[in-house]
Design a binder for this molecule. Structure first.
Ligand code: GLA
Length: 381
């Protein structure tokens, strides 16, 4: 987010509330590898990006709180003691959810005014919702001196999404947006919530996202269904989560499960291993191995975990044919959104041109390329 966004929220705030606000930035995220492993308490390798949400906020003397989404030209007013999710509400529910979770922890808030804008491309699966939650919890922590740690704030953002918005996502997005480090990916253990920053050699390749511009209606129900399948396998095997199941035990118990369920559980175990291998490859500057793990991850998401779609498969299989593309796979929950492509420096423009032409020919819709830079996590400006 550039200075322009910061100026925009600050000016708007000053004009409407005649008082100077604090300004907070929280980024969106990408995920290099480790998909659907977060809610299985496994490993992920996400990174914060240079695009995100900028928010201006200050305490209010009136009893009511007011939140304004500048880009949508919408304002929502609410009382701190009567918070209810709005049916078909969007950004409003993330805001009230964070407030609700802070209060549930026994922390005292007062009324506040808030204005935000953002530059995360909508619908691309870059976690604008986690950025919004994190910006608010960080801002309120500062404004009301709540004394929350960053980890507590991550859990508040996640709980807002799980309990108030009703999306059963894992912790990856909120964690990456809060703890991201410039030019590094975070090797995060979702069980212990410990992470290690891994430099991602961004002078060797571009991180190119190709936005399919599709969202299939299956997305939400399939996400919950996959969670359920994983939890049931863990339960049946007597472990708290698939993270605690080893490959040997799963293989020995193969006949207890249908072929489909077995493959899904196997995918999670293999994907966890791929994250560990990918981190080792990055540390050894072995980009070919790193890239091939991304292709393997996609194959598993497509054939075993079954959360891909025609458009994503098309892009990844085409990317595989380009020497300059080190690795590619679908990113995020699936059934639409983006593929992530690691493209050797100097080759992105020609790759984008060719793959865009092929995509519009095949699907009669245009592909949106987004080259992202790896930025830092949420901060008070
Ligand atoms: C979505 C969720 C994340 C994670 C991914 C899949 O992006 O928000 O928590 O589960 O899907 O890896």
């Amino acid at each position: 987010m550039d200075q322009q966004g910061i100026r925009k929220v600050r000016d708007h705030f000053l004009e409407h509330f005649q008082t100077s606000p604090i300004v907070v930035f929280a980024p969106g995220r990408i995920n290099l590898i480790g998909e659907h492993t977060d809610y299985n308490l496994g490993y992920v390798l996400p990174a914060a990006i240079d695009k995100g949400i900028v928010m201006a906020l200050q305490q209010s003397k009136r009893p009511i709180s007011m939140a304004t989404a500048l880009d949508m030209e919408e304002t929502h007013s609410f009382h701190l003691n009567s918070l209810k999710p709005i049916s078909n509400g969007r950004w409003q529910n993330y805001i009230m959810g964070v407030v609700d979770e802070i209060q549930k922890k026994g922390k005292k808030l007062g009324p506040f005014n808030m204005v935000f804008t953002g530059d995360i491309p909508p619908g691309a699966g870059l976690s604008s919702s986690a950025a919004l939650e994190n910006a608010l919890v960080l801002g309120l922590n500062e404004l009301f001196q709540l004394g929350l740690t960053k980890k507590e704030m991550v859990y508040i953002s996640l709980a807002a999404e799980n309990n108030f918005v009703g999306v059963q996502c894992g912790i990856m997005d909120q964690y990456a947006s809060m703890f991201g480090q410039k030019d590094c990916a975070l090797f995060l253990d979702c069980k212990t919530l410990e992470s290690e920053a891994i430099p991602i050699l961004s002078n060797a390749f571009d991180v190119l996202l190709l936005d399919t511009k599709v969202t299939h209606s299956l997305a939400d129900s399939a996400y919950n269904d996959r969670r359920e399948v994983c939890f049931k396998v863990a339960q049946q095997m007597g472990v708290p989560s698939l993270r605690d199941l080893n490959l040997q035990t799963l293989l020995e118990n193969k006949t207890q499960f249908s072929k489909d369920v077995f493959q899904k559980a196997l995918f999670i175990l293999e994907e966890n291993k791929r994250v560990i291998d990918a981190v080792a490859a990055l540390k050894n500057n072995d980009l070919r191995t790193f890239g091939s793990l991304l292709f393997q991850s996609h194959a598993g998401l497509q054939n075993q975990y079954k959360v891909s779609c025609e458009e994503l498969d098309f892009l990844v299989s085409l990317a595989h044919k380009y020497e300059a593309v080190l690795g590619a796979r679908m990113m995020g929950g699936g059934f639409g959104g983006c593929t992530i492509n690691l493209v050797a420096k100097g080759h992105s423009a020609s790759f984008i041109k060719k793959i865009s032409q092929a995509y519009s020919k095949a699907f009669n819709r245009s592909l949106t390329p987004i080259v992202v830079a790896i930025g830092s996590g949420a901060t008070i400006q």
